[in-house]
Design a protein around this ligand. Sequence first.
Ligand SMILES: Nc1ncnc2c1ncn2[C@@H]1O[C@H](COP(=O)(O)OP(=O)(O)OP(=O)(O)O)[C@@H](O)[C@H]1O
Ligand SMILES: [Mg+2]
Length: 341
Amino acid sequence: MSTDAPALLRVDNLKTEFSTDEGTATAVDEVSFSLAAGETLCLVGESGSGKSVTALSIMGLLADNGRITQGQVVFEGQDLVTLPESRLRTVRGNSIAMIFQEPMTSLNPVLTIGDQLSETMILHLGLTRKQARARVVDLLQKVGIPRARDVVDDYPHRLSGGMRQRAMIAMALSCEPRLIIADEPTTALDVTIQAQILKLLRDLSDEAGTAMIFITHDLGVVAEMADRVAVMYAGQVVEQTDVYTLFDEPEHPYTTALLRSIPHLTAPAGDRLAAIPGSVPSLLQMPAGCRFHERCPQAMDRCAGERPELLSTAGQGAHAVRCWLYDGAPLPKTAAAVVPA
Ligand SMILES: Nc1ncnc2c1ncn2[C@@H]1O[C@H](COP(=O)(O)OP(=O)(O)OP(=O)(O)O)[C@@H](O)[C@H]1O
Ligand SMILES: [Mg+2]
């Protein structure tokens, strides 16, 4: 997709902090990315890298101790960070929908599937109860729920995990959003169901031209779903590019290490995965310089003291990386980051 297309969403220099008993924890710091209509951006990174906090910041759904202290979230031209809560609620109801990992946390256990799905349609699309119910049955069929006419009167606990996640997707689609944010929507499901749900989401977003931010720690899922990828480490985006470049020519040593940590079909059985040595730094005590330098096999002197910025290494921001190996200038191909085996 052309990087010249006007952005549907532009996250610009976002910083999100939490007050905790031990001090201020900066969970998201200088995060920037943009998303065009119809595009799927995957956010990928280890546990605690700030993927969910980024999503919740965009939605304005941070926990009470959390606050956006810097930056903008521009959706269709308006900054959601400064939007009053009432208008933000309208955006959440009409334009942006979120799908979580565990559907039971977002499905109301005391309402039937039909009642909770039609609620949003009555509220946001102005349908009558009868019209909404017919729409719900259509939607349930569309997301592949068998016996939709019966399921509409079931309570969520009657459904299997995979069926609940389908119901959540139906609920997300019910307001015809232009952006869906899916936070590890298939992690809790077994592999076969996971593949079905991924395909369903991909088909639905292709069909309706819905943009998606897809959060995962699974690079296999990234390969399935992404047009573009932003790799997060310790609250920052460290590399951002299209999905093909990410797998074929990763630049950041962290991305390279992540890629090496995934099982390979061609690897001999019993081969151990390369774990990334060391651990993610504490939010309360970020190292000076590059946040990855203590774990980086290619760290140089300056990495410990100077903080790299996210800079373009290819034209028009198509490939950006936060690493002193690149220094903002495109390097010859042979100098690309290759972690020694
Ligand atoms: N309400 C909160 N108060 C304090 N710290 C928080 C709060 N919510 C999140 N954090 C911290 O922010 C950091 C980023 O968390 P986040 O949930 O975004 O990680 P993640 O990348 O989604 O990880 P995972 O893959 O495990 O879901 C973590 O260190 C987390 O402990
Ligand atoms: Mg998360």
